[in-house]
Write a protein that binds this ligand. Sequence first.
Ligand SMILES: [Zn+2]
Length: 285
Amino acid sequence: MLRWLSGRGAPQRKVEQELALLTDEVWHRAIVSHPFLVGLTPDEDLALQQRTAWILASKQFSGVQGLELTHEIMLSVAIQAALPIMQLSPRLYEGWTEIIMYPSGFVIPRTEVDESGVVHEYMMEASGEAWDGGPLILSWEDAEAGLVSRANVVIHEFAHKLDLYGSDADGMPSLGAHPDIHPHEWQRILQASFDEFCASLAAAEDAIPSYIDPESAEAQPWYASLPLDAYAATDLAEYFAVSTEVFFVDPAPLAQGLPQWYALLARYYRQDPYRRMSLFHAKGS
Ligand SMILES: [Zn+2]
């Protein structure tokens, strides 16, 4: 049963050591502090625990700028990162090892060349970043805030890693283990739902009266009906990452607003968080 645990990323002994640290009490506390982890079946709970231990054993966490890493912080990152691959192979997170954690938002130097060929260098504030073949970087302050909001930077950055596995950041993860999903089908639904989302975003923006700054908090009610944050319209890679966040954290608007895209994600992740959460809440537990 623990066959897959000995992936190239971590020796089985190390995974078992991490599993041993996840006592019932530690695990229960971790589950309840991540409200989107409700309604897991005992099998799913076990699978999540095993992948969490695999991540803790195979990734090297480092805290920078004075962030002191505790087991609780690493466990929180690992349990969230484990959710998307709960029913997938942990190999999808292989090919890189480092998770760098900042206490809060960090700045990334960026260079851009404009139309007239002028080079602009500037600093961009970020809450997370995933390098192709390199580290995954997170702000703990933003990761912690994600426990109680629709935005989830941990799941977002790990979704980029799934997208990058074996190909470019293009909104299409590796479908090697999914003979039931043809790449053309993925491409078609990805593009169609992205176009549909961009059109609803444009309509929402058009409806904002001219006296309201569309970037301000006052404009938020116009975006409230959208199934995803406006950032998803950036490109197909961000669309996949933002969709994955809400798929796991707050799936109802996505399942209702973009049902074909939701259904495709459910086939890819082999999970149906909308159904799982609905059943849980219907039970009133
Ligand atoms: Zn992103």
